[in-house]
Ligand binder design. Structure first.
Ligand SMILES: Nc1ncnc2c1ncn2[C@@H]1O[C@H](COP(=O)(O)OP(=O)(O)OP(=O)(O)O)[C@@H](O)[C@H]1O
Ligand SMILES: [Mg+2]
Length: 293
């Protein structure tokens, strides 16, 4: 089923597309044209995906159809429990849909793929390896030349070159998360799946890491699916923000983000940014109220 006809999109009868709550629309709700662009050669494609856990009456995610193009940066945004991590696990091949299909580069995705680098919501380093060896693990396994140099460079990039030989247990949660990001980048995967990667970082480090991620994305142009519940982070980073609603987790609305690249933190002070944030916050507020229980 095409996204435009999916029951999980807003219908014109409910609210004219892109005209939330009576103030001038600033963001474009993603329409058929942009969708068909992503669908023409999608890197990732979800087709009417539902995930139902046997212990739950309501599906974690229901009837999600989404195409993500090559080099596209998509943010998944929504309240706690709306199924963001579940959807990311489906895209990573860790979780099979109860219904529907997932394709990576046109092939059915039935298991984790080396094409995808994953940053988990909770840091998940190998505790028996140093930070450096954690990052070098992927390149070593793929037979890439000089894994330790690759790892050291990436640890430098995330500001942790000085703790390369430390054990994960001696690092703070935020530092472990940054090692996890370096580890996901180490094999230069064409797809990066990131589940609230900056959630554990303090505001300053978070802002630096957002800029660093954008600069990495500029250089390597991976396809990124970035889960967050931070509206500003989603607008600052993404080409497209997919807003989800909870119980069951569905797509409520998609927004194309109009800011040119490369982007710097100054755009966050612009009137256009503030207006965009308000439009998305309004949608999330409506959806959160509907699903609050
Ligand atoms: N393994 C599981 N078994 C049963 N229910 C699960 C499981 N994993 C997730 N769920 C349920 O599925 C729903 C979606 O969970 P998910 O973790 O995907 O949400 P989320 O949007 O990532 O939330 P958060 O922002 O808090 O991380 C929740 O109701 C959750 O309790
Ligand atoms: Mg989650």
């Amino acid at each position: 089923m095409a996204r435009g006809t999916s029951p999980n999109t807003f219908r014109a009868a409910q609210r004219p597309a892109g005209t939330p709550l009576g103030h001038a629309p600033h963001l474009h709700v993603v329409g058929a044209e942009a969708r068909s662009q992503a669908e023409s050669a999608p890197r990732l494609h979800l087709d009417n995906v539902t995930v139902r856990f046997s212990s739950r009456a309501v599906p974690a995610v229901e009837d999600i159809s989404l195409s993500i193009g090559r080099g596209e940066f998509v943010a998944l945004l929504g309240p706690s429990g709306c199924g963001k991590s579940t959807l990311l696990n489906v895209l990573a091949g860790f979780c099979s849909p109860t219904q529907g299909h997932v394709h990576l580069d046109g092939e059915p995705l039935t298991a984790p793929s080396a094409k995808c680098g994953v940053v988990f919501q909770k840091h998940s380093l190998f505790p028996w390896m140093t930070a450096l060896d954690n990052v070098a693990f992927g390149p070593r396994r793929l037979g890439m030349p000089d894994p330790r140099r690759i790892a050291q460079e990436l640890l430098d990039t995330v500001g942790l070159g000085h703790v390369a030989n430390s054990w994960p247990s001696s690092l703070s949660g935020g530092m472990q998360q940054r090692v996890g990001i370096a580890r996901a980048l180490a094999t230069r995967p064409p797809v990066l799946l990131m589940d609230e990667p900056f959630g554990a970082l303090d505001a300053q480090t978070r802002s630096l890491m957002q800029e660093e991620l954008l600069s990495i994305w500029d250089k390597l142009r991976p396809t990124v699916v970035f889960v967050t519940h931070d509206i500003e982070e989603a607008i600052f980073l993404a080409d497209r923000v997919v807003v989800m609603q909870a119980f069951p987790g569905r797509i409520a609305q998609e927004f194309a983000i109009p800011f040119m690249r490369p982007r710097s933190a100054e755009i966050m002070d612009s009137a256009k940014f503030i207006e965009s944030r308000r439009e998305i916050a309004d949608i999330i507020r409506i959806e959160a109220r509907k699903s609050f229980r």
